[in-house]
Design a protein around this ligand. Structure first.
Ligand code: NDP
Ligand code: MG
Ligand code: MG
Length: 340
């Protein structure tokens, strides 16, 4: 098993006196920049002159420069712009990276699939929080931290891993725990997970389940509750205590039905399809498809994005969630009146 690092395994000295350029101020960027800053690290946020994110970074009390200026003054350049624009941003800042500097990522896609070929003489590392940026920020403020990964692709200084761990600690990840991995493993498991299970698999399961119920004449509201709304409660139980806690919490009827029917739905064929999805991640077919899609300005992405937003379950859900918000916002007074 992989070692898990906690705060006591990290040495803040490896990042304390360095200047970190955080390129991008989106989901991950705003969280890394603010957490580093509050951990006492000198931070400069790199954003385009006309960037809509500039105001927010300044309002949060951070120094802002262009990506080129920020990279020029930094010891560590954390590349937190969208994966699809990273190759162009790297090309623009490459000359600013001096011997012994660090180029850092939060996801391995561009390095692993050769879209960025980092120059010699620098360290190339990854610190990847395993959660969306707003959670990275929120858990830093609350003191819990969020789990993360570190990886080293190029180690010029011999200190790449120590520095990555110190960075992970400064953004709060080492409070929860940091696992060491490689760019290859992080990239391939991340893509597979989001495609087959987390984003792709789950939404397909939800939509097909909804359609089967509605096509069979059940009401859309009931279908929404059964296959989408309740999903959160089930996932929360698995998150807290694994599959076992979930099975222990549902009725025996649900457990027997689930254990006998689950594999009927996600059967051997579905597993073979998953293996095919993994193969396309491993052989670079998916990466190439996504790169070509972006070069063509995303015709297929835009079409699928639109179709998903217009699925009937989205209209039903919007209506029902409004009703719930109303129920939640009901004051005690109103509840008393309702009881009367
Ligand atoms: P975002 O999409 O949130 O990044 C948006 C930011 O990038 C904005 O500040 C935007 O500024 C800036 N930006 C966009 N284009 C450019 C450009 N051409 N030049 C300079 N700045 C630009 O990114 P994420 O935080 O989602 O992802 C960043 C990295 O983190 C990725 O590698 C991703 O895979 C990884 N990651 C993301 C996670 C997540 O939950 N989102 C989780 C773990 C890893 P502007 O106002 O100028 O457009
Ligand atoms: Mg991902
Ligand atoms: Mg039920």
């Amino acid at each position: 098993t992989q070692p898990v690092y906690h705060e006591e395994d990290t040495n803040p000295d490896y990042i304390a006196d360095k200047t970190v350029a955080v390129l991008g101020y989106g989901s991950q960027g705003h969280a890394h920049a603010q957490n580093l800053h509050e951990s006492g690290v000198d931070v400069v946020v790199g954003l385009r002159e006309d960037s809509a994110s500039r105001a927010a970074a300044k309002e949060d009390g951070l120094r802002v420069a262009t990506p080129v200026e920020a990279a020029a003054e930094a010891d560590v350049v954390s590349v937190l712009v969208p994966d699809t624009v990273q190759p162009a941003v790297y090309a623009a800042i490459e000359d600013e990276l001096e011997a012994g500097n660090t180029l850092q990522f939060a996801h391995g896609f561009n390095i692993h699939y050769g879209q960025i070929e980092p120059k010699d003489g620098i360290d190339v590392t990854m610190v990847a929080p395993k959660s969306p940026g707003h959670i990275v920020r929120r858990t830093y403020e609350s003191g819990e931290g969020t789990p993360g990964l570190v990886a080293v692709y190029q180690d010029e200084t011999g200190e790449a891993k120590e520095e990555a761990l110190a960075y992970a600690s400064a953004i709060g990840c080492a409070r929860a725990g940091v696992i060491q991995t490689s760019f290859k493993e992080e990239t391939e498991t991340d893509l597979f997970g989001e495609q087959a299970v987390l984003c792709g698999g789950v939404t397909s399961l939800v939509k097909q389940g909804y359609e089967v119920l509605v096509d069979a004449g059940y009401s859309p509201e009931m279908a929404y509750f059964e296959v989408l709304n309740e999903l959160k409660l089930i996932v929360d139980l698995m998150y807290e205590g694994g599959l076992g806690e979930m099975w222990d919490s549902v009725s025996d009827t649900a457990e027997f039905g689930g254990l006998t029917r689950g594999d009927v739905v996600v059967d051997e064929g579905a597993r073979e399809n998953m293996e095919e999805v993994l193969e396309q991640v491993q052989n670079g077919e998916f990466a190439q498809e996504w790169i070509t899609e972006n070069q063509a300005n995303r015709p297929r992405f835009n079409q699928l994005h639109e179709r998903e937003r217009n699925h009937e379950i989205e209209e039903v859900g919007e209506r029902l969630r409004e009703l719930f918000e109303w129920a939640e916002e009901e004051t005690e007074d109103e509840q008393e009146r309702a009881e009367v």
